[in-house]
Design a protein around this ligand. Structure first.
Ligand code: PMP
Length: 455
């Protein structure tokens, strides 16, 4: 009884005082939270009612080491007791930020050896755009201001990162798209290779570069694997083709590793799957497994070298750039990833994950386009999968399946941009075979319930 009363109370207070991110405000205000989470352990979380759920999404693709990792809590506690916060403005430094920067430099490919810190992914991307533009200013090319990104790409919600995000819902919010951000059609590989006759040529990255003029373009940004846009892996050779295109036109290549970084795809970084070295890489989420906010931009030495050609201040920095406690947690997180061979686990579990996805496709007539790289996976739902005939958008097919999973205590994510029906699955990287099977048993039941509802 006391538990119920507490849940009721929290729910009422939540409705009244907490405006939730990425939630319909009316629904939240009227219905309150669908779940009030109270604790977590491994892939499981518990709510205030005492019910256990499987976190099939690592929350927001970030709790990579799973919930309840005490060593991370200890690392935060130790650092907080010693020095919870210290500024890094005016050149001030501290050991955790130095050690972490060296560690990140040792993990990233090529000469991506210099790190600028932020509190999360959106700030990281905004910083990367400022750095790109400032780099060109220092190099005597101040007109290089434009940033190309991909439609359906997600880069966050600060001004620059919203503008780079290729989803109209984000751009249209109080006209938040800044000038100089251009969205290209994703993955038009034939166009990147210079086939001018290809359909959509002018919407491809190459077409846009020609139209806008390379001398006006600072950078291109993309996720190695598109996450929130629908978990899309690029065609083989695409990233290299883009790298070549950037080199041809002197454009900086930024990869957004906010989801892919630190093991999600079974490699250290998403780009490592294709051996491509970008000029900047943005990171967040997995760097601390979500235990504490931290993000950053890792840049090639040439970017820093351009900045040190003048005595000017780089007028950019966050109070929490290089937060000591965040850095201490990140260091511990990276240590555990190596010590516990998390990347090997991801590679091994990827096989189980793919086999289970395939079983869904074999059994359920509306399931298709199953895909996974590491523990980043998805499947799609079509009314007629052979003809790729979509379900009517108002049906909310992917939402229904995710809701059926939720009723069975499994948390997944639906993606329904432009009438698509995609279900994303991205469990913590510490998951084992039995737990993956547990997840897919629930998805199987949820799909059966969805199919029964159709009839
Ligand atoms: N880039 C990508 C690829 C992301 O997935 C996200 C967050 N989902 C962001 C940037 C923004 O990160 P944050 O929410 O930490 O600002």
């Amino acid at each position: 009884m006391a538990v119920k009363a507490n849940v009721q109370k929290l729910s009422e207070l939540d409705k009244k005082h907490f405006l939730h991110p990425l939630t319909p405000p009316k629904m939240q205000y009227e219905q309150g939270p669908p779940i009030i989470v109270s604790e977590g352990n491994g892939i499981y979380i518990k709510d205030e009612n005492g019910d256990t759920y499987i976190d099939g999404m690592s929350m927001l693709w970030n709790v990579n080491l799973g919930h309840g990792q005490e060593e991370l809590a200890e690392a935060a506690k130790e650092q907080m007791k010693k020095l919870a916060f210290s500024s890094s403005f005016n050149g001030y430094s501290h050991e955790p930020v130095v050690r972490l920067s060296e560690k990140i430099a040792s993990l990233t490919p090529g000469d991506l050896n210099v790190v600028f810190y932020t509190s999360g992914g959106s700030e990281a991307n905004d910083t990367a755009f400022k750095l790109a533009r400032y780099y060109w200013k220092c190099k005597g090319q101040p007109n290089r201001n434009k940033v190309i990104s991909l439609k359906r790409g997600y880069h966050g919600v600060a001004v620059g990162s919203t503008s780079a995000t290729g989803m109209p819902e984000f751009n249209n919010l109080v006209s938040s798209k800044a000038p100089d951000y251009i969205h290209a059609e994703p993955h038009l590989l034939e166009c990147e290779r210079g086939d001018k006759n290809a359909e959509h040529y002018d919407k491809s990255v190459r077409g846009i570069i020609e139209k806008e003029g390379a001398e006006n373009i600072a950078a291109i940004i993309l996720e190695p694997i598109m996450g929130a846009g629908g978990v899309f892996t690029p065609p083989e050779g695409y990233l290299q083709a883009l790298r070549d295109l950037c080199d041809e036109h002197g454009i900086l290549m930024i990869t957004d590793e906010v989801i892919c970084g630190f093991g999600r795809t079974g490699k250290k970084f998403g780009v490592d799957n294709w051996n491509v070295v970008p000029d900047m890489m943005t990171i967040a989420k997995g760097i601390t497994s979500g235990y504490i906010p931290l993000g950053g931009v890792v840049m090639r030495e040439k970017i820093r070298d351009a900045l040190i050609q003048t005595d000017d201040v780089f007028f950019h920095g966050f109070t929490y750039s290089g937060h000591p406690t965040s850095c201490a947690v990140a260091l511990k997180n990276l240590e555990i990833i190596e010590r516990d061979n998390i990347l090997d686990n991801v590679k091994n579990m990827e096989q189980v994950f793919k086999a289970e996805l395939q079983k869904l496709e074999d059994k359920h007539p509306h399931v298709t386009k199953t895909r996974a790289m590491g523990l980043l996976g998805a499947f799609e739902l079509y009314a007629d999968r052979d003809k790729e005939e979509p379900f009517a958008p108002e049906m909310g097919a992917a939402f229904q399946v995710v809701d059926e999973c939720f009723k069975r205590n499994l948390i997944l994510r639906f993606i329904d941009w432009e009438g698509s029906n995609i279900v994303a699955v991205a469990p913590p990287l510490i998951i084992n075979k039995q737990e993956i099977e547990e997840i897919f048993k629930i998805i199987d039941e949820a799909l059966t319930a969805f199919e029964n509802n159709l009839n």
